[in-house]
Design a binder for this molecule. Structure first.
Ligand code: 2AL
Length: 246
């Protein structure tokens, strides 16, 4: 019997409700030989909606990577991919962010995609990522539902309804062949929307889990040749002592 593979799925914010949503989406797509371990930092920001939030959240991501070094691979389940390259330095196995995973997959099923995210200010973060990852020319438009991240967890269903409307509007207006959902808290909506709209609606959590599974199955780890090598040994002080490698 083949050994089970552990994929650590990190929600970089401290919302336990959102961690559960993300865990459910990850488990829904994981193969039978994959164990999903969903975690979130004990300290940090309750939701990530700007550059400041991302900088704080990145520390929590690194702590979780360090604590989860028994995992075969890791997913960073926030659409800003906070701390991605730093996490790759710390980790042995592959680390995949949900924004990069969803964007990559979207380019494989459509020539142009649209993104539906939460607040207008997170649109800017997504734009930065499109440029950084080289997907600017693949993205037709970005849309914000204009509700904060935690509205997705308030139980009212309003945010989910707005995501649905945003996707329909994006499909009609942008001429895009696919839609990328721009928040970890939207993860469980993708399958139903794909069915309803008749075009691929891509959730980065599922996309990232399947990418990590593929990388692990192919025996491909994060390269330790060059800049993603383990961080140079130095002694961190004060509250950052907990990030010391040894
Ligand atoms: C996110 C996300 O995925 N989780 C979070 O806290 N903030 N990003 C976003 N664009 O809403």
């Amino acid at each position: 019997m083949t050994e089970k593979k552990i994929i650590q799925v990190i929600n970089p914010n401290t919302s336990l409700a959102m961690t559960e949503t993300i865990a459910a989406a990850a488990r829904a797509v994981a193969g039978p030989q994959t164990d999903i371990v969903a975690v979130s930092p004990a300290q940090g920001v309750p939701s990530i909606e700007g550059h400041f939030d991302e900088a704080v959240a990145a520390i929590g991501v690194l702590e979780q990577i360090k604590a989860g070094r028994n995992a075969h691979g890791h997913v960073i389940a926030c659409f800003g991919d906070p701390g991605l390259l730093a996490a790759r330095e710390l980790a042995r196995g592959p680390v995949v962010g949900i924004a990069e995973a969803a964007m990559h997959m979207a380019t494989m099923v459509a020539t142009r995609f649209s993104i539906v995210t939460t607040l207008p200010r997170t649109v800017i973060i997504a734009r930065h990522l499109l440029r950084q990852y080289g997907f600017e020319h693949h993205c037709a438009a970005l849309h914000a539902i204009d509700l904060p991240v935690l509205a997705l967890e308030d139980g009212s269903g309003l945010a989910q309804q707005k995501v649905r409307e945003g996707c329909i509007q994006a499909m009609r207006r942008d001429g895009s062949g696919a839609i990328v959902l721009g928040c970890g808290g939207m993860a469980t909506l993708a399958r139903e929307l794909t069915h309803e709209l008749g075009i691929p609606v891509i959730d980065g959590v599922g996309a990232a889990v399947k990418m990590v599974e593929s990388l692990v199955a192919l025996g491909l780890s994060t390269s330790k040749h060059g800049d993603l090598d383990y961080p140079l040994q130095k002694t961190l002080s004060g509250q950052f002592e907990r990030l010391n490698l040894l």
